[in-house]
Design a protein. Structure first.
Length: 560
């Protein structure tokens, strides 16, 4: 503050530059009052929160010391209350940083609440947008391990402004570490990174949720290959990778491809039965590139089931399950048990949506015998806790305008009450923009029903797969919530692939629309089935040849 007064021996103040000016003296008095209030000491009960972060020496990839500008996040709650009930507003995923000395502070001073004991929960690395106290684990990008090396501390409990010591957060690793020492054949000669085209970890999940309240890993999902990055050590290569606990390492393999085009797959189960990975442990393997070709890979048996419309999920990266919904009414299209298939879902409890819904479309199903039922309900084929509660609209409908978009439309199943009710299962719903659902997507659904109606002219049944595409790493997923607070992924786009025969000849077509209002003509959204196979990773209509799926005959798919 600017100095306005000088002190004299006669105990009087000498003003500077205000003599004989009543207005200036008035301003001076106001400044004196302001300074007097500002200089009052803080309450003795106000104590800023500073934290120490201690890392188990075997825990952190980069060692047991913190680096400058390392950031942790802290949640604070009243002791003896749940995180949801006792959450402190100023300690809600609050960012703390360090200069490298292990002392963590905030940019703005945060004080202990007066008269309350609190518990602290912290994690590293900091992540924005935490919902439901769940940290999103994603190990797809292994270039900088410290960026994905999840640390967690929940040991600080019952502290207050009366506590005499600075709390120390004791962090522990929540993932497992895989270490590979890769040698040339018989460990003779040198092996350098420049000799390797790529190294992949195959067969393990790459995403999960971590509960910051319970310290447990949930919703392990999305099995797909992960690129690993070697470094040179002496005459061999060293590779480290973070992996998700509870994964089964017996199902994993390392695939090494050299610049010469040779591939060496190493099934880790051959190293001994390992079972599920445990957090904080380091699993070490020594591999040698011996032989000229490595192992011959067995071609997996397609998992496409017995229906024409089922996609092949052999190479699926999702931890999803198939469920077939049947109708109890016997009829000409019933199987041996007297049941008629309605549709099939490939449902994923992590994303809370079906990656695809497959079904036949025929006038038998679309003939209007009943009205739309609006019987919104959980799918009995899956636990209700694994589904969004869509009895009413999405929680943020008024702001984001997400409809409860059907994948198989209600109007596709009007042959009976039972058939229509099943289209209102929550597993058939996604967060679809209202401007798409009610306009261009609806127009496409109407067009499909018109094409299916051509059976009266000698065409065969129309087979349909409708799907929702979610982002894959490193792209971020957008999440929304139901009225119960459960998260569900918001698709970036939707697709349909169709197959229909006439006089024994096969015709196919696909469509893709972004999850937003789409004003263009339907033909502008056309894709070949092969194009959508490449984008989704599924093999559609696996009984067909690639040639039958890589072109579109516009004379067959005529728009009305």
């Amino acid at each position: 503050m600017m100095k306005l007064f000088s002190y004299k021996d006669n105990s009087s103040f000498e003003t500077h530059g205000f003599a004989g000016d009543p207005f200036s003296l008035f301003i001076l008095l106001l400044l004196m009052v302001g300074c007097e209030n500002e200089d009052k000491p803080l309450s003795v009960n106000k104590r800023p929160i500073q934290l120490l972060g201690e890392v188990n020496p075997t825990t952190r990839v980069s060692g047991s010391s913190w680096d400058e500008e390392d950031q942790i996040a802290v949640f604070g709650k009243e002791s003896n209350l749940s995180l949801d009930e006792g959450l402190l507003d100023n300690l809600n995923n609050q960012l703390f940083s360090t200069v490298g000395n292990g002392v963590f502070t905030t940019s703005d001073v945060i004080y202990y609440p007066e008269g309350k004991e609190i518990d602290l929960i912290a994690y590293y690395p900091y992540q924005k947008g935490i919902l439901d106290f769940k940290y999103k684990i994603n190990i797809q990008d292994q270039r900088f391990l410290s960026d994905i090396d999840l640390l967690y501390a929940d040991n600080v409990k019952g502290i207050s402004n009366q506590s005499g010591i600075r709390p120390t957060l004791q962090f522990e690793r929540q993932l497992a570490l895989l270490t590979l020492a890769i040698y040339p054949d018989k460990k003779e000669g040198f092996l350098k990174p420049g000799q390797i085209e790529k190294i992949e970890l195959v067969g393990l999940p790459t995403v999960a949720n971590f509960s910051l309240e319970t310290g447990k890993i949930l919703d392990v999902n999305q099995v797909q290959s992960v690129a690993l990055y070697p470094s040179s050590v002496d005459k061999h290569l060293l590779v480290e990778a973070m992996v998700i606990p509870e994964s089964n390492l017996d199902q994993a393999k390392i695939v090494i491809t050299t610049k010469e085009g040779l591939t060496y797959p190493f099934h880790l189960k051959t190293q001994g039965k390992l079972g599920n990975l445990e957090k904080g442990k380091n699993y070490t393997f020594t591999l040698e590139l011996n032989g000229t070709k490595g192992e011959e890979e067995e071609k997996p048996i397609p998992q496409n089931g017995g229906f024409s419309e089922w996609p092949d999920i052999t190479d699926s990266k999702f931890n999803a399950e198939i469920a077939v919904h049947y109708l109890s009414s016997a009829g000409t299209r019933s199987n041996e048990s007297g049941l008629i298939r309605n549709y099939t879902v490939y449902y994923d409890p992590y994303y809370k949506l079906s990656h695809w819904v497959a079904y036949p479309l025929h006038p038998y199903y679309t003939k209007k015998v009943v009205k739309r039922t609006d019987k919104w309900q959980y799918d009995p084929a899956f636990p209700s806790k694994d589904q969004p509660n869509l009895k009413s609209a999405w929680a943020d409908y008024n702001r984001l305008k997400y409809d409860r978009g059907h994948q198989i439309a209600s109007a596709d199943r009007l042959c009976s009450t039972e058939a229509n009710v099943q289209t209102f299962y929550y597993t058939n719903m996604t967060a679809q923009k209202a401007g798409l659902n009610q306009k261009k997507w609806n127009e496409l659904e109407i067009q499909l029903r018109e094409w299916s109606d051509r059976v009266k002219k000698g065409y065969d049944t129309l087979f349909v797969v409708t799907g929702a595409i979610v982002p894959t790493p490193p792209a971020e997923i957008t999440w929304t919530k139901d009225k119960s607070g459960r998260e569900a992924a918001v698709p970036t786009s939707y697709y349909k692939v169709l197959m229909q025969k006439k006089e024994g000849k096969v015709y196919t077509i696909g469509f893709e629309m972004e999850n937003k209002e789409s004003p263009n003509a339907l033909r502008s959204y056309e894709k070949t089935v092969v194009e959508l196979e490449k984008k989704t990773g599924f093999t559609f209509f696996p009984s067909l040849s690639k040639k039958e799926k890589e072109s579109i005959d516009s004379s067959f798919w005529v728009y009305n």
